[in-house]
Ligand binder design. Structure first.
Ligand code: NAD
Length: 433
């Protein structure tokens, strides 16, 4: 099938590349010139395992094209995917101006029946607004359907998640659109046991906000337990392990630490809270999820402040900048909040991350970026683990300690075994114990 992807970020690039790799002809459009320049050179603007290799393969096969020409992409396609960003507005609502702009562009270039697929995460009833916008601005009366196809990829495993989805949700109102969507995904689901949920458009929109809010709730619940454990003298790992053994609960994602970040959870729960308000539903559960998350990072920073006493002039190394491992995405990364606070306290910050240093440099150009964790901690009063990269789990604590002025270790993600830290002469401060 001929597909246009409008918005070639984490979601658009992964979706476009994977769909091209299974035989569709995909034109990926972006209006960010810097990004487009890289894409046209076959380079991925983001780090995602396996993505650049798959891009190269699909480009070579002639199935994957990058372009700044939205008009041509729309005209040449049977399906147009909206994959643009939906950031939070100042009041917490999702800012849908990028979605609206694409809807207007689609309206302008509609030249026959098309399926318009909303993959961006949006509040319920957005597809109806997209439909109205296209109807309002389309010059000729061409037929089209608007479908909601929420995206569930996880950064860090995005290519795998797209090629081997755990479920596909298709919110569509017409048979024609539903069939087109099933044909599109056929190469990804044929012979595999992938649940395909066909729903109404409104349900599909709510599924995405509901799923992300539930995942964020699991993390905040774990952080609530962690704080209770700290205050009661219990161990959150023991408690959460045992709670998670109940099959109805599950251990996966029941992870305490410095809380969730990233481009999705913080903005999606904000937007969902606003949606609930509009729908007349009490949003206090979601509000608590948000405030527990903020509290987790505040408690961690207080531990650093309390332990090191005067921060002004102290040297602290931050290991891990991305909001989670295997990505270079630093959007809403807890590490950045910690760096920001430490800098305002007069700390001399050094940092290391396997993939996210270039992006962090744009925000914090004046801190020291090291080529290795061992270089980052040289002469430091403390080291702070903010992301659970495998490289840090495998770190040689003896070597790390030898480079430091004082062996004080703050572990925001349960990266280090406290016994191993103590055996290597570190004072260990973790979360939830
Ligand atoms: P992103 O910011 O990485 O990418 C969005 C891209 O759209 C940018 O490159 C931007 O330049 C481009 N863009 C904006 N307006 C455009 C226009 N008019 N024409 C062409 N390009 C345009 O965002 P993302 O992380 O890929 O997320 C996209 C959407 O998918 C969001 O709604 C997000 O909530 C949702 N989502 C993201 C993830 C994730 O893990 N990142 C997962 C599931 C869903």
């Amino acid at each position: 099938m001929n597909i246009a992807i409008i918005g070639t970020g984490y979601v658009g690039l992964t979706t476009g590349t994977c769909l091209a790799s299974v035989g569709h002809r995909v034109i990926c459009v972006d209006n960010d010139e810097k990004k487009l320049e890289m894409l046209l050179e076959g380079k991925s603007p983001i780090y995602e395992p396996g993505l650049e290799e798959l891009m190269a393969k699909s480009i070579a096969q002639g199935n994957l094209i990058f372009s700044g020409n939205t008009k041509q992409a729309i005209k040449e396609s049977e399906m147009v995917f909206i994959c643009v960003n939906t950031p939070p507005r100042h009041d917490g609502h999702a800012d849908l101006k990028y979605v609206e702009k694409v809807a207007r562009e689609i309206a302008e270039h509609l030249n026959g029946y098309k399926v318009i697929v909303d993959k961006s995460t949006v509040p319920v009833q957005t597809a109806e607004k997209v439909k109205n916008t296209i109807e309002r601005y389309a010059s000729e009366g061409h037929e089209f359907d608007v479908v909601s196809n929420p995206e569930f990829l996880r950064e860090g495993t995005a290519v795998h998640d797209t090629l081997y989805p755990d479920r596909i949700v298709i919110g569509a109102e017409s048979e024609k659109a539903r069939n087109a969507m099933i044909s599109l995904f056929e190469p990804l689901i044929a012979g595999k046991d992938v649940p395909v949920k066909i729903t109404s458009v409104r349900s599909a929109e709510l599924i995405k906000h509901g799923a992300n809010t539930f995942l964020a709730t699991k993390i905040s619940f774990a952080n609530l337990i962690a704080e209770a454990c700290e205050n009661a003298g219990a161990d959150a790992y023991e408690v959460l392990d045992a709670i998670g053994l109940d099959a109805r609960i599950g251990r996966h994602f029941l992870n305490h630490g410095i809380g969730f970040g990233g481009s999705c959870f913080p903005k999606d729960i904000k937007a969902f809270k606003k949606t609930l308000e509009v729908l007349g539903v009490d949003p206090s559960l979601v509000h608590s999820v948000e405030s527990i998350n903020q509290n987790a990072i505040d408690r961690f920073i207080q531990k650093i402040e309390k332990t090191l006493w005067v921060l002004d002039g102290k040297r602290i190394a931050i290991l891990g900048l991305s909001f989670k491992p295997n990505t270079d995405d630093i959007r809403n990364s807890p590490a950045l909040k910690i760096i920001d606070k430490l800098l305002s306290d007069g700390v001399v910050v050094s940092a290391h991350d396997p993939k996210a240093m270039d992006k962090t440099r744009e925000l914090f150009p004046d801190i020291m970026y090291a080529n290795s964790p061992y270089e980052a901690v040289k002469g430091c009063d403390a080291v702070v683990f903010c992301t659970e990269w495998q490289e840090y789990k495998d770190i040689n604590l003896r070597e790390l300690g030898e480079k430091m002025q004082t062996r004080i270790l703050f572990d925001g993600r349960g990266v280090i075994d406290p016994k191993n830290a103590n055996d290597n002469g570190f004072q260990y401060y973790g979360m939830g114990r």
